[in-house]
Design a protein around this ligand. Structure first.
Ligand SMILES: [Fe+2]
Ligand SMILES: [Fe+2]
Length: 279
């Protein structure tokens, strides 16, 4: 797929780049101090629950597949943010953290006995056979998308952890989901605070991208590449982790309040009909 060219935006003044640079250093220093964790050391692998409801393993596999698109996420976003050293460096650090998530999810599927080595190799081959493309053409559109997607991932991991506890528990998976959801929340907050900085500089451009992205948001779609997609979609739905109501209540509405954007501003201009839609 060929991406359309970037929508023009005013050149970013040094104050914006400097503000994002300060924000990134605070984020990075805090991550080094408080958020580093080890797959081997910090997860009680001896306490995997081998008899956990198989629907949980289906969901974990789905999340693992989403995290496996890391090469495409990284390769395609970096050219969009290359003009900003701090946003580029952020993605280098982000890539390390996301790579840990896909490894940890894959390790749990193996260690819990829910998946075999052969199955995981096959899954990776299926994921890598397809290419993920940026859902937005504009670097600000991608910033909005990332802000929303990271929060949606946080909500999914937090809710899955609650469901696992209710289904009899799995200390290894629960700990992993806790560590990963803290990372996702930190990613979300970084993107949201970058957006605040851009808003001070060019509010109409940011609101335009929020309107385009948030009114049409969907999580990365992987269902179409998995052979047994109806079963997997049904499993995800049965756990009630995420739907349009959750999106509106926990993500869309709070973000408008946090960023000081009104519902009226989020309405599409006449002639450009959009509707709130979540996969
Ligand atoms: Fe992640
Ligand atoms: Fe993330």
């Amino acid at each position: 797929m060929t991406l359309p060219p970037d929508v023009p935006m005013k050149p970013e003044p040094p104050e914006v780049l400097q503000a994002i640079s300060r924000h990134f250093r605070e984020y990075f220093d805090l991550a080094e101090k408080k958020r580093r964790w080890s797959i081997r050391e910090d997860i009680p692998w001896g306490q995997c629950n081998r008899s956990l409801n198989p629907a949980v393993a289906d969901v974990v596999e789905t999340f693992c597949a989403v995290e496996l698109y890391l090469p495409d996420y990284s390769a395609k976003i970096l050219p969009k943010v290359r003009h900003s050293k701090s946003r580029s460096w952020f993605y280098a650090n982000w890539g390390y953290e996301e790579s840990k998530h896909s490894l940890a999810l894959g390790d749990w599927l193996l260690q819990s006995g829910h998946r075999s080595e052969e199955y995981m190799a096959d899954l990776e081959a299926k994921v890598f056979a397809r290419e993920w493309n940026l859902p937005q053409d504009h670097h600000l559109g991608m910033l909005v998308y990332a802000m929303v997607q990271e929060e949606a991932t946080f909500v999914n991991y937090r809710n899955l952890r609650d469901r696992v506890k209710a289904l009899g528990g799995d200390p290894a998976l629960e700990k992993m989901l806790q560590l990963m959801s803290i990372d996702e929340k930190a990613h979300h907050s970084f993107f949201r605070d970058c957006l605040r900085i851009y808003m001070e500089f060019d509010r109409p451009a940011v609101v335009e991208q929020m309107r385009r992205v948030m009114n049409e948001f969907q999580m990365p779609a992987i269902h179409d590449l998995l052979d047994d997609s109806p079963r997997r979609v049904a499993a995800v739905r049965s756990l009630e982790l995420f739907d349009a109501d959750v999106y509106f209540r926990e993500i869309y509405r709070p973000l408008l309040i946090e960023l000081g954007v009104t519902r009226a501003e989020m309405r599409s201009p006449p002639g450009e009909r959009k509707s709130l839609r979540v996969a």
